[in-house]
Design a protein around this ligand. Structure first.
Ligand code: CP
Length: 310
């Protein structure tokens, strides 16, 4: 196994190799053990400063990155666009260069524009981690999702995973497809035709329009949120119609002749893509995903920081 990542930034799963994912998971195994100790902190990144730049709302990703950075003993600064001089017209490059002039080594950025992290990596001198860029990629979410499947089922290779819902607007779907395919999983997508990108099968996934058939086929169902905030037109007749065809409820889950693992990246629209009795059931690993997010992000930050230090 390799001892360092093949990349200097984490901009998307698209730029990773299978060996990178194996290295991240092996490193995350170590950090998962660390964060379960009474003293949950290691001094590894005492000389590193990280800026978390969030130009879009977040709960899980922002808190998870901040906790991961603090567990590694990095110095951390937080920036939220809503309360910044971005509101006065400052550009992305100017904002970031001002922050970097305070001797920042690494930037974790969430931005509504696809490719914002790639753009930044070409213009500033710091290691960039993409914490979600529009409907493009959310690489650490896909890594923590695969890590959680590996933890629950032993391996990702040859597992059958269905991604259900709003694939069109989902950075989680795209990053998951890249990550799962790289690790040798079989992937299907299921959702309203209007919410499936036209050429989705060119990514090596199959379309299954019937939710019950998709669930009968899979080992894991990843239920995505309907991203109303990214919809400028109506993609389905009504929420009621969506729930009827693509919502997962306990009755449907109990009707399957097998047990499956239920995932959701959060935030959940309870009663839309998934009912509360499913989200809170023993089949769901939603909170395990959140917990694993800290260890996986510690691994990503640690591995990228070791390349800065060289
Ligand atoms: N899963 C996820 O990215 O959640 P947040 O938008 O709350 O960060």
């Amino acid at each position: 196994m390799r001892s360092e990542l093949s990349v200097d930034h984490l901009l998307g799963i698209k730029y990773l190799q299978q060996e990178d994912i194996e290295l991240i998971f092996k490193t995350a195994d170590h950090f998962k053990e660390v964060i379960n100790r009474p003293i949950k902190k290691v001094p590894s990144l005492r000389d590193i400063t990280i800026a978390n730049l969030f130009f879009e709302n977040s709960t899980r990703t922002r808190l998870s990155f901040e906790l991961a950075e603090k567990r590694l003993s990095a110095d951390v600064i937080n920036f939220s666009a809503a309360s910044s001089s971005v509101k006065k017209g400052e550009t992305l490059i100017d904002t970031v260069n001002n922050i970097l002039s305070m001797k920042v080594d690494m930037v974790v950025m969430r931005h509504p524009n696809p490719g914002a992290g790639i753009f930044l990596s070409r213009h500033v001198n710091a290691s960039i981690i993409n914490a979600g860029d529009g409907a493009h990629e959310h690489p650490t979410q896909a890594l923590l999702d695969s890590y959680s499947i590996r933890e629950k089922l032993g391996d990702v290779r040859r597992k059958k995973v269905v991604i259900v819902g709003d694939i069109l607007h989902s950075r989680v779907a795209l990053s998951n497809i890249f990550a799962l395919k790289l690790q040798g999983a079989e992937v299907k997508v299921c959702g309203p035709k209007t919410l499936l990108p036209k050429h989705i099968e060119s990514l090596g996934v199959k379309v299954e329009p019937n939710l019950k058939k998709a669930l009968e086929w899979c080992d894991v169902a990843n239920m995505l949120r309907v991203q109303n905030e990214r919809m400028d037109i109506s993609y389905f007749p009504s929420t009621r119609e969506y729930v009827k065809q693509f919502g997962l409820n306990k009755k449907l889950l109990d009707s399957l002749n097998k047990e499956i693992v239920i995932m959701h990246p959060g935030p959940i629209n309870r009663g839309v893509e998934i009912t509360s009795d499913v989200a809170d059931s023993e089949h769901a690993i939603i909170l395990d995903q959140v917990q694993n997010g800290v260890a996986v992000r510690m691994a990503v930050i640690y591995l990228l920081a070791s390349k800065i230090k060289q």
